[in-house]
Design a binder for this molecule. Sequence first.
Ligand code: PEP
Ligand code: MN
Length: 269
Amino acid sequence: LMDRRSDLASHQVKIGGVTLGEELLMIAGQCTIDPKNPNFFYETAEAVKEAGAQVLRGGVWKPRTNPYTFQGDTKSLDILMEASRRTGLPVDAEVMDEEHLHMALDAGVHMLQIGARNALNYSLLRAIGKAIAERDTVVLLKRSIHMGPINEFIAAAEYIVSFGNPNVLLCPRGTSPGLDGYRNHPDESITPLLKEKSWAPVVVDPSHSVGRAAYVPSCALAAVAYGADGLCIEAHAEPSKGIGDDPKQALTPAVLKTTLEQAKQIWAL
Ligand code: PEP
Ligand code: MN
């Protein structure tokens, strides 16, 4: 499997003016866009840009544990793209099925996120690979909550890449069961193992890993110390007024900015 990819060893993934590996990539923004309060998202978008993020994230459709809670809203796709126009930042949004995939591509979403719950959904991975084969879309592939062996993660990426677009970022985001006190079991330490075996850049998500804003900065810095090429961090202009994970997990723009500055210093070591 991996041998076949030696052709990709020198492939460079580019997004938001960043060539992965040459500069630390910061993807930041809200867990969930609140369609009733678009101004929060516009404020968040300007704030993460000011903090130094080069890609804006915003959850349009959400994989919620409880089916009776807010599941996201297609209307948020317009808010996401409007924020992209206002800031000039490319945007990242999770797609959970093929309908989302095509809506996101038609709207011009630059980075497709595959969530931890779908990282082992091979038919969706194939559909994404086919749909982006002729485009420069980037995929942020989260590590499944239940993935064990490193090769299982790399093979999931291969389902997408095999159709011809090699722009996949591997995203450790914590596994289950959680470490007592953390939302998941932090797994940023697998970064060098992934980089040893794969062509793909590693972008760690400390937000879902530890699951509490107070612990996100240290996890982010640890990830960079382990050799991560980028970070995906939840941030909100006013975390307590957010929905989804934002009240618990989102960093304020000020903390995001400090974290990114410190991360860049570690990255440069
Ligand atoms: C998210 O990024 O908001 C999210 C739901 O992530 P994960 O798929 O890692 O749980
Ligand atoms: Mn989230």
